[in-house]
Each structure stands twice: as C-alpha cells, then as structure tokens.
Design a protein. Structure first.
Length: 141
C-alpha cells in the first residue's frame, strides 16, 4: 500500500526538469562556481596590469563581465526556484508516507491491544475456573 501511493506526484517530480534543476543548482551552489568566477576576473585583471594590456579600456570589459554575471544570476533564479519546489514536493511525499506509516502502525497497535485484551480475558476466565475447581475438589492424600 505504501509503495503505490502518490505515484502521480512521484512521476511528476521525477521528470528530467526536477533533476536538471537540482544538478544545475548544486553546481551553482558549490564553492567552485564563485571561486572560478573570482579567479577568472582576478587572472584577467593581473594580466592586464602585469602584461601589455590587450585592451585600451579594461574597465569597459569589466563592466561587460559584470553585466554578464548579473544576467547569469538572473538566469539562475528559475533553476533555484524549481529545485526548491522539487525538494518541497519530495518533503511533502515523505511527510505523507510518514503519516500513513504511523497511522498503519497505530492501527496495528490497537489491533494487537484488542487481541491482548481478549487473551487476558480468556486467561482470567480460565484462572477463575481453575480456582473454583480447586475449592470444590478435596485434596489428595
């Protein structure tokens, strides 16, 4: 029962869109991505300072790089939002599964408790019958 529930939601989540967004977000959120950008800009700046500059106005190029990074940040947002939505749906499925599993366990505990009550009642009746027999039976000599 638990393995077959939420199948439509699971198939919707496990589409390529959710996993692609997760992989892109994981790459963007790693320390390598911003470190690579900073290292590239630093290498470009050092090269323009140390070597003979290949461009007469390097700040214009730096402004272009800055606008590219702003565009890149704007393009990252849909991936981040989709990855968060995917994680939220995964958490919702996990919570639903936990709820159903806990409900099933509670019902099983109630069933076992009722069975235990029946067994205890049967044992109490048997004990009363044994005590009556012992009172009515003379001792063996």
């Amino acid at each position: 029962m638990l393995s077959t529930m939420n199948e439509d939601l699971v198939t919707d989540i496990n589409t390529g869109e959710g996993t692609i967004a997760t992989h892109v977000t994981a790459a963007i959120a790693s320390w390598w991505f911003p470190a690579g950008i900073v290292a590239s800009i630093a290498a470009w700046a050092i090269y323009n300072i140390a070597a003979r500059p290949y461009e007469p106005f390097p700040l214009v190029s730096l402004a272009v790089v800055g606008s590219f990074l702003a565009t890149l940040a704007a393009l990252e947002v849909p991936f981040i939002i989709r990855a968060q939505r995917w994680q939220r749906q995964q958490a919702k499925i996990a919570a639903e599964n936990d709820y159903r599993l806990n409900l099933k366990a509670e019902l099983e505990i109630r069933y076992l408790d009722e069975k235990l009550d029946v067994v205890l009642a049967t044992q109490a009746r048997m004990l009363e019958a044994i005590e009556r027999l012992e009172r009515n039976t003379p001792p063996f000599l």
